[in-house]
Design a protein around this ligand. Structure first.
Ligand code: SF4
Length: 306
């Protein structure tokens, strides 16, 4: 670690204590951010941790919808996102107007939205899900038809595992990082590492999901790789998870499906921005109370189910 990084780390530690702050980091964050965080996890576990903490300040090292979710369920805490341009492109693919059009078209349908969605759209959902619990959430709906968005690949994953009719909204919602992973990329990796099991995220395309030994959220991947008898794994998700897997399960080997599996938004958070965020208490994420009130219900419903 460089002298500059060491100084930043000690400043972050001092500020965290001074301000009674907690640093929550997503599994896709840079290694140095994962190392300094109080808690590193997937979206579901981060939401649970955000609800449980008694810190006054929550610094969310992730993307916009994660900080919004933390702010919605913690109206009395200051929630900071170290870089306002860390926006999830998938979350921007579904507007509340489009969701309302689907609700009009399918008035009997329940609405389940992936946590990777804006606060405005969450306000119109019956329940939120993450990639760790979509089947449980969908099956908990009273209706036989469920409008599900914004990721059509996750919608496919769910539709294969439930008796309910799933209506993806929007039709072409995807994660650009996961959607680009092709069958050829996977086949090349499998040829290179013939003894490895293939573990992919449900945001990958259906054809890639069909090739996998296991489809899981990032926390699900950590559990699966720890418990499996296999010693080597090819991982089909954002490459930030490889660091966590290697730290948590040092006795096994992990390979990336593709070097292109990088989410630019997740990589925007740096030590410098984290230090500045704590120092200047920026950027404060606030959700208007009329939206937060409705969105909170759909998030709380998921947390109760979890
Ligand atoms: S990996 Fe995909 S879904 Fe996750 S934040 Fe990046 S763009 Fe959004």
């Amino acid at each position: 670690m460089s002298k500059n990084s060491r100084e930043l780390v000690s400043e972050i530690n001092r500020l965290r204590e001074e301000k009674n702050a907690i640093i929550l980091a997503h599994n896709y964050q840079r290694p140095e951010i994962q190392d300094i965080a109080d808690f590193v996890a997937d979206s579901l576990a981060l939401s649970i941790k955000a609800r449980e903490t008694d810190a006054d300040v929550i610094v969310l090292c992730g993307v916009d919808f994660m900080a919004e979710t933390a702010a919605i369920i913690n109206p009395d805490k200051r929630v900071l996102l170290p870089d306002l341009s860390a926006k999830c492109p998938m979350a921007m693919m579904l507007s509340s107007d489009e969701l309302l059009r689907y609700k009009e078209k399918y008035p009997e349908a329940g609405v389940v939205l992936y946590i990777n969605s804006s606060a405005e759209t969450k306000a119109y959902a019956d329940c939120i899900c993450t990639s760790a619990n979509p089947i449980k959430v969908v099956n908990s709906m009273d209706s036989d038809t469920v409008i599900f968005g914004p990721d059509r690949n996750l919608a496919y994953y769910v539709s294969e595992r439930t008796d309910k009719r799933i209506i993806p909204v929007p039709e072409h919602g995807i994660c650009p990082t996961h959607h680009q992973l092709s069958m050829d990329d996977v086949a090349t990796a499998m040829k290179r590492y013939p003894n490895a099991e293939l573990v992919v995220h449900p945001e990958t395309i259906p054809e890639v999901q069909e090739m996998a030994n296991e489809i899981a959220s990032t926390e699900g991947m950590v559990r699966y790789c720890r418990d499996s008898d296999a010693r080597e794994f090819i991982i089909g998700t954002e490459n930030g998870i490889l660091y966590k897997l290697k730290v948590n399960i040092p006795e096994k080997k992990f390979y990336s499906c593709s070097e292109l599996m990088i989410c630019p938004s997740m990589k925007m958070i740096t030590l410098q921005k984290l230090r500045d965020s704590l120092l200047e208490e920026r950027y404060l994420i606030e959700v208007p109370e009329n939206i937060a009130l409705k969105a909170r219900r759909s998030i709380e419903r998921m947390l109760e189910l979890s």
